[in-house]
Design a protein around this ligand. Structure first.
Ligand SMILES: [Zn+2]
Length: 597
């Protein structure tokens, strides 16, 4: 489906980009721009910029950039058209009548998947409350887990009956096709017959609801011993596991001070029921950097409350590191006498849990105890090993104040002088710094050669051409009068002058827009290019803009460089005759007799 270009333009013009991005990122004013921590890569100092006057954003760290549409594509994981639709809905702009109906679209849209999920959630809920299907499930939730009916309703829990076709038949009656149901992961496809069957069977259903209130996926827990114990929706057009947290839709409303990260749905539900409505869980996966970025949007402090067994504690260590990388304050809960928070609250009550929560240990204390517990400090050799492991850990802290506090602490625990610990930490830091510098310079060299440029792979072969092209495109992006000069032929420049294919197609799209009725509109690059590619286009503009000299003579000489590269290429292809002709022209040019064009 293609949306009319003037509609896309209207959506972009009527979207308040500051307000839109402000919902995802805390922005602070910095002159004409706004700055904040980039939602697309992990960072501690802001390099993410929004320029409301130009309706653009750009990150100087990861080079994500573009219009409000590009932002929504990246933040909500949407296709271009769906992102435009998303923005149109926000500002209450009806879609143009010419937009295709869902059935005419290619593939299955995010919107369609969300509609199906909502219907499925209603179906699962009615099954849970129908004793013919949901008696066993209800018994488990109320009897075994001690949940109240209010809690069950609050989370919209449901039940998938033990059959192969109940949901499938229900959804067919509502007009959804097998292909759609399979794309939404509500149905599987039988290898033998090719027919659809219910994906979730004989399971308690936990709907996953995003902060906007959409049912994006489901988790299902078995009633019998079949495997797996928990089954989750796989990635669909509306859902990516690593972009969601269970119960964030509730937790986000009371999360400003802290959030509790649990391992399972039942832990979260038990905590919410006990009054801790800022508990969330990942969806059957380990925590990822994108989860960490979600946390950093909503809260300052995360308390990890994983299972008390070894596997749980290892996972907690990993989570601590990932959350620490986005600058979160992280604490770890130590629960003794119960295997998880759910059991702990059932056994000891919520007041005691609140007390443990207040006593939660900092990341440092947790790691310190974990290391010390491995060694017998009475033994000299163990003490040496413990001290070297602890120094390695302290060396990882970037704040000198934090390091000083921890060094003193460790020296005391080990009965060693503070200087000894301090010197050893400094040695480790220096060694790491040297390693880091050499790695950085290797990476910088590699990027000079443009190895691994996924967006414009041709630039590795033609770095000189790519650089000249970037300069020309950057200037064309900034100055409308240059684009006009190219369009009306005052300046001789055509797609053939571009050696690298990415730059060539950027030029083509740019001139296509320039010559259209609507004129050049940056956001329309999104019709042809992916969000990463749009970011690269934005980078060319921003990089150019940062330079002080951008006058016509710069444009002229970049064009000359581009033409020269092209001529060289032709000479390479054309053999000796072309070469002689080229040399002759060059000589005359030096005498100022012939115009090179
Ligand atoms: Zn970034």
């Amino acid at each position: 489906m293609r949306l009319p270009e003037n509609f896309i333009q209207e959506v972009v013009e009527r979207t308040d980009i500051e307000e839109l991005i402000g919902r995802y990122v805390t922005l602070k004013r910095a002159g004409a721009n706004l700055k904040g921590l980039c939602p697309f890569h992990s960072e501690k100092t802001p390099s993410f910029t929004v320029t409301p006057a130009k309706r653009m954003f750009y990150c100087f760290g990861c080079h994500a950039g573009g219009s409000a549409i590009t932002f929504v594509q990246k933040a909500e994981n949407l296709e271009f058209t769906d992102a435009v639709e998303f923005l149109a809905n926000r500002i209450g702009l009806p879609l143009p009548k010419t937009a295709a109906l869902p059935s005419e679209r290619e593939g299955v849209s995010r919107k369609r998947v969300l509609e199906m999920n909502l219907e499925a959630a209603k179906f699962f809920r009615s099954c849970l409350f129908d004793p013919r299907y949901g008696a066993e499930g209800m018994d488990y939730l109320k009897g075994k887990r001690g949940l109240s009916e209010a809690t069950i309703k609050h989370f919209g829990l449901g039940f998938a009956p033990n059959g192969f076709g109940m949901l499938t038949d229900h959804m067919h009656r509502l007009g959804y096709t097998d292909e759609e149901l399979q794309t939404a992961f509500l149905c599987g496809k039988s290898q033998k017959t090719g027919r659809s069957y219910d994906y979730f069977r004989n399971r308690i259903i936990f709907p996953i609801i995003d902060p906007l209130g959409n049912v994006v996926a489901f988790g299902g827990r078995v009633m019998d011993d079949s495997k797996p114990k928990y089954l989750n929706t796989s990635d669909t057009p509306a859902f990516r596991k690593s972009n969601h947290l269970f119960a964030l839709n509730f937790a986000k409303n009371c999360s400003s001070e802290q959030m509790i990260l649990c391992e399972g749905y039942m832990d979260v539900i038990a905590l919410h029921a006990a009054g801790f409505e800022y508990a969330v869980a990942t969806l059957g996966t380990a925590i990822t950097p994108s989860h960490a970025r979600i946390f950093s949007k909503y809260t300052k402090k995360v308390i990890i409350s994983y299972d008390s067994d070894q596997a749980g504690q290892n996972a907690a260590n990993k989570a601590m590191q990932i959350l620490g990388e986005v600058g979160m304050e992280v604490r770890v809960l130590k629960l003794s006498g119960a295997k998880d928070p759910d059991e702990y609250i059932q056994k000891f009550g919520s007041d005691r849990f609140r007390h443990v929560l207040e006593q939660s240990r900092t990341g440092f204390e947790h790691k310190l105890e974990a290391i010390l517990s491995k060694y017998d400090l009475e033994l000299g050799s163990d003490k040496i090993r413990a001290s070297s492991e602890l120094c390695e850990m302290i060396a990882g802290y970037n704040s000198p104040v934090e390091r000083a506090v921890y060094q003193a602490h460790v020296a005391k625990r080990l009965g060693l002088g503070e200087d000894v610990i301090k010197n050893s930490v400094e040695r480790i830091r220096q060694k790491r710094m040297a390693e880091y510098r050499s790695r950085e310079s290797r990476e910088a060299q590699a990027s000079i050669k443009n190895f691994g440029d996924r967006i414009n792979p041709d630039s590795a072969r033609d770095p000189k051409a790519a650089a000249a092209e970037e300069c020309v495109l950057g200037l064309l992006l900034i100055y409308g009068e240059y684009r006009k000069a190219v369009a009306d032929g005052t300046v001789s420049l055509s797609a053939d002058d571009f050696v690298t294919s990415f730059h060539r197609s950027v030029f083509e799209k740019m001139m296509e827009m320039e010559q259209s009725e609507l004129g050049f509109r940056f956001e329309l690059f999104g019709e042809r290019f992916s969000p990463d590619e749009v970011g690269r286009i934005q980078k060319m503009e921003v990089t150019r803009q940062a330079l002080t000299q951008n006058g016509p003579q710069v444009f002229r000489s970049a064009l000359d460089a581009l033409h020269a590269v092209r001529e060289e290429k032709e000479v390479e292809k054309g053999g000796i005759d072309a070469h002689l002709e080229y040399m002759r022209k060059k000589k005359q040019l030096h005498k100022g007799k012939v115009d090179p064009k």
